[in-house]
Design a protein around this ligand. Structure first.
Ligand SMILES: CC(C)(COP(=O)(O)OP(=O)(O)OC[C@H]1O[C@@H](n2cnc3c(N)ncnc32)[C@H](O)[C@@H]1OP(=O)(O)O)[C@@H](O)C(=O)NCCC(=O)NCCS
Length: 325
């Protein structure tokens, strides 16, 4: 039998070092081999601070061995008076049981409750019944879903390149310039992309109030190992940045995927988001990438429509659960 005896999980936790991010990426890859995670990317993000978020990470151990990871994450309470707090974590496939997942979540809940959390949040993939059962048994209720998609760049090649041509013509007519961050010579360009992202960030459907992102955090994303300035597409009208779309390219292992697409409220509905997404996938095709993924909230109508009409197919998405303390 896999897993542990029902009455005793024997788990202990030690604070994680940034280098443990690679172990977390390995665990997630072992659990979902169709969605490999990149150890280089995890190590980078596990070594970054955040101005507005409090994040804690642990390695779960049993019988002298590292078997899993566990995390808590919440906004600084002064930034989000509602006090939502995420708990998470998982273990190697051979160690996985409802009791073990339950013990991981319980330990992380205890931490954030002691910290002052008011509403607990946890996440599960739609096709992970073991985790879903564990979460529901801990008293959580489903809050909202995220849709995940995959686009086959070989099967949709001609259609996507034709859509890219049509979008380029439309942007020329509209007076919108589409270029990469590497091609832009405005010294304030990253600040402008950040400001635009903050405006658009408030329009992403969500239950929990969004916490503003610090400019420093944004710069850390632009400098992340999966992000390249010459693959970072922006839209400009004169001196303003009015759109952004970025595909992340995991350097060691994993599937190329959209990190973020957003447009300024002043240009919505004029094809700017589609034009930017088309440039990202046309570039991926030119680089020899065979497929890309993306994800968005299941209630985000305009981006669902763009993804559908580009030829993205639905894959298993995620469910966010909430539980008041
Ligand atoms: C999602 C977003 C990027 C779309 O930007 P945009 O510049 O308006 O997009 P486009 O003009 O290229 O395309 C919008 C398409 O959605 C359609 N659309 C708009 N509202 C819609 C709705 N409520 N239901 C269905 N379709 C809708 C438009 O008709 C258009 O379709 P078309 O290309 O077939 O004409 C923008 O709304 C945004 O920044 N939102 C906040 C950030 C966000 O949610 N980002 C994506 C998820 S992470």
């Amino acid at each position: 039998m896999m897993g542990d005896p029902p009455t005793k999980t024997e788990l202990s936790f030690r604070p994680a070092a940034p280098s443990d991010g690679a172990f977390a990426a390995d665990i997630e890859t072992a659990l979902r081999p169709d969605s490999p995670r990149d150890p280089v990317v995890y190590r980078y993000w596990w070594s970054q601070p955040d101005e507005h978020l409090e994040i804690a990470r642990f390695i779960a151990r049993r019988r002298g061995r590292d078997i899993g990871f566990a995390t808590t994450e919440h906004a600084r309470w002064d930034m989000q008076p509602e006090r939502y707090a995420w708990v998470g974590g998982d273990v190697l496939p051979a160690e996985r049981s409802r009791e073990t997942l339950d013990a991981i979540l319980a330990a992380m809940e205890e931490r954030v409750v002691a910290d002052g959390a008011a509403i607990l949040c946890v996440w599960a993939y739609e096709d992970d019944p073991l985790r879903i059962e564990t979460v529901l048994a801990r008293g959580y209720k489903e809050d909202r879903r995220s849709r995940r998609w995959e686009l086959d760049l070989d099967a949709n090649r001609e259609k996507l390149l034709a859509m890219t041509d049509a979008s380029r013509a439309r942007m020329r007519r509209e007076g919108v310039r589409i270029l990469t961050l590497a091609e832009d010579d405005d010294p304030r360009v990253i600040e402008k992309v950040w400001r635009l992202s903050e405006e658009a960030g408030d329009d992403v459907p969500t239950t929990m109030p969004r916490v503003p992102e610090a400019m420093e955090a944004y710069v850390r994303w632009v400098n992340a190992p999966e992000v390249h300035r010459d693959r970072f597409w922006i839209a400009r009208v004169g001196g303003d940045v009015v759109g952004v779309s970025v595909l992340a390219y995991p350097p060691a292992r994993g599937i190329v995927g959209t990190n973020w697409t957003a447009t300024a409220r002043s240009v919505r509905g004029r094809g700017v988001a589609r034009a930017l997404k088309c440039e990202t996938v046309a570039q991926a095709i030119a680089l020899g990438v065979d497929r890309v993924r993306t994800g968005n909230d299941a209630a985000n109508a305009p981006i669902l429509h763009i993804n559908e009409t580009m030829g993205y197919q639905i894959v298993a998405g995620g469910i966010a659960y909430l539980r008041p303390v």
